[in-house]
Design a protein around this ligand. Structure first.
Ligand code: NAP
Length: 553
């Protein structure tokens, strides 16, 4: 940290958020580039998503050896995952272990929500302000605010009159919640609902699930990792990680067996059966064109619907659980433990709010049409204002008074998901237009952090003090992202990928679909070409003695 006559502390880099991305940024920029890095974190602890999402049953939908950091051998070899799909408490312990290993806590200021970030065009620096009154200046600002970090709170009439407790899965009480003997409602059947419903059903006296859209889910087949498996993984991490980096989604999934029109459908059905028993997300990838051909997709979708009827005893309930509103895989496919089975339990009931939505909350519970359901507690598993949500909540002011949320009012536009015109020296890790949300997000985070760090080293070596994505490159990238999405079935789902879960949010596909491997190649070529698509300016414009000059180049 350095300071001039201006009392605001000055750093090389300010980072917003101390999840995986924020922690890795500190390590990379501080320990490898020697930069002075300050992180502001909203939570009272580190961990981001895994700090807030403590709802019962929360666990990762990717296998633990994939959903973990790859850049440090010691961390890889010392940490022992205990389950095939790690639970939230285990992942949070892992993040804390990583933070201690890398010794990053001293760079992180907790309980600090960044409210403003304003770029000074004369000095090429950002000034960041927090709700605590703290502020900081830096040449570079990096948002590591996460993709699913702003819970979407529905506004039902009469919510404030409900006399029981209301919880959101994405902002769960840290002391936990005891549902024993309670009448509980869950609204929402996305991944969070699907994971929490079976666990809440174990505890509650009565559980009512309010379902607007029936969701496809496949069995997790979660289990403990054996010592032998763990050792074998540790021995082969190097090769595994390299394969993951060069893969479409940053994780090794079973490949498709061919296109719908070309395969023997009996063979495809047999493969679906095999994958249903524990292949997780690759269950929906038996047919290679599952996300491009509606016939292929319908074949896979019907397989899951048939499974629901095999599992669920009451045919009327099974029919309600049958998903028909979107092609399988066009919303992130949850993996579950006993989700459909839970509806066979006597004390669990399913209420469809598809045709008759929730009318209002009452002091006693929830009213749907003419029926009042009484509860002691209501769980909102209603999702997130994804991707842009966290950025929209900060007043980010770039050049010429441009405000990021206003610039993105008709849809987020970003170059590579990493930078936006009008906002120089600002990098958005896993921003809209990056592949992150369709990949193993840790793989995307590692790529982004490493690429940004290399770019910062280049800028410093060249004496460049200001970099900004050009409008042309940004428009071209945004059009490319949209074009790729339009070639798939993804836009047919009213998903958070499309911003469709938030009333009024523009419907723009928020991710690059071309795969992590192609994205990596593209970014490498851009760097090799002198960071094509970025406009540069140098320090000659900056007056000596300014905060920026003090911060160095
Ligand atoms: P989500 O997928 O957006 O699901 C939200 C659910 O709430 C949907 O069923 C939605 O119905 C319903 N809902 C929202 N507003 C409603 C309203 N006003 N009235 C009635 N129902 C309403 O959110 P999520 O389950 O939290 O999952 C979001 C993402 O987080 C996932 O896709 C996944 O990427 C990630 N996640 C991952 C894991 C994991 O790794 N295992 C676990 C949890 C979450 P509609 O579908 O009709 O809108």
């Amino acid at each position: 940290m350095s300071s001039t006559s201006d009392p605001t502390p000055t750093y090389d880099v300010v980072v917003i958020g101390a999840g995986f991305a924020g922690i890795y940024l500190v390590h990379k920029l501080r320990d490898e580039l020697g930069l002075d890095v300050k992180v502001f974190e909203r939570g009272a602890g580190i961990g981001g998503t895994w700090y807030w999402n403590r709802y019962p049953g929360a666990r990762c939908d990717l296998e633990s050896d994939a959903y973990s950091l790859s850049f440090n051998d010691e961390i890889e070899q010392e940490w022992d995952w205990t389950e095939r799909y790690a639970s939230q408490p285990e992942i949070l312990r892992y993040i804390n272990f990583v933070a201690d290993k890398l010794d990053v806590r001293g760079n992180i200021e907790l309980n600090s929500t960044v409210t403003r970030a304003v770029f000074d065009e004369d000095t090429d620096t950002w000034t960041v302000s927090c709700d605590t009154g703290a502020s900081a200046k830096a040449r570079y600002l990096m948002t590591a605010t996460g993709i699913l970090s702003v819970p979407s709170m529905p506004t039902f009439e009469g919510m404030e009159t409900f006399e029981g407790r209301i919880y959101h899965t994405g902002d769960w009480p840290h002391e936990g919640v005891d549902f024993a003997g309670k009448r509980v409602a869950v609204i929402g059947t996305g991944s969070s609902g699907i994971q929490s419903i079976p666990v809440i059903a174990e505890q509650a006296a009565q559980l009512t699930v309010f379902q607007r859209t029936a969701t496809f889910t496949v069995p997790a087949a979660n289990r403990p990792v054996t010592e032998n498996e763990r050792n074998a993984t540790k021995r082969s991490y190097k090769q595994l990680r390299e394969q993951m980096r060069r893969s479409q989604v940053g994780v090794l999934l079973d490949a498709g067996i061919g296109n719908f029109a070309d395969v023997d459908l009996r063979v495809a059905r047999g493969e679906l059966e095999r994958r249903w028993r524990g292949a997780g997300m690759s269950t929906a990838m038996v047919l290679s064109d599952n996300l491009r051909s509606i016939e292929a997709n319908e074949f896979t979708s019907q397989f899951v619907r048939d499974k629901i009827h095999e599992i669920v005893d009451d045919p009327a309930v099974a029919r309600m659980l049958e998903p028909h509103d979107y092609p399988i895989g066009t919303k992130r496919l949850p993996i579950d433990t006993n989700y459909y089975d839970t509806f066979n339990r006597e004390h669990v009931r399913l209420v469809s709010i598809r045709d008759t939505p929730i009318t209002r909350f009452s002091p006693a519970g929830i009213v749907v049409g003419d029926t009042e359901y009484e509860f002691d507690a209501i769980v909102l598993a209603t999702g997130f204002d994804a991707s842009t949500g966290a950025l929209d909540r900060i007043h980010i002011e770039g050049i010429d008074g441009r405000i990021m949320r206003e610039q993105w009012r008709d849809g987020a536009e970003s170059y590579l998901g990493l930078a936006s015109p009008g906002f120089p020296n600002l990098f958005t890790v896993t921003g809209p237009g990056s592949p992150a949300i369709l990949t193993n997000v840790i793989g995307s985070i590692e790529h982004h952090v490493e690429w940004i760090a290399e770019y910062i080293a280049y800028l410093r070596a060249e004496g460049i003090t200001r970099t900004e994505a050009t409008t042309e490159a940004t428009e071209a990238w945004t059009a490319h992202v949209a074009e790729l999405a339009s070639m798939t079935l993804y836009p047919r789902a009213a998903s958070w990928y499309m911003g469709a879960n938030i009333p009024g949010k523009p419907r723009v596909f928020l991710a690059y679909i071309g795969g992590l491997h192609n994205y990596r190649d593209r970014c490498e070529r851009i760097a090799a070409d002198g960071y094509l698509g970025f406009a540069h300016a140098d320090r000659a414009r900056i007056p000596a003695g300014s905060a920026a000059a003090a911060a160095g180049s």
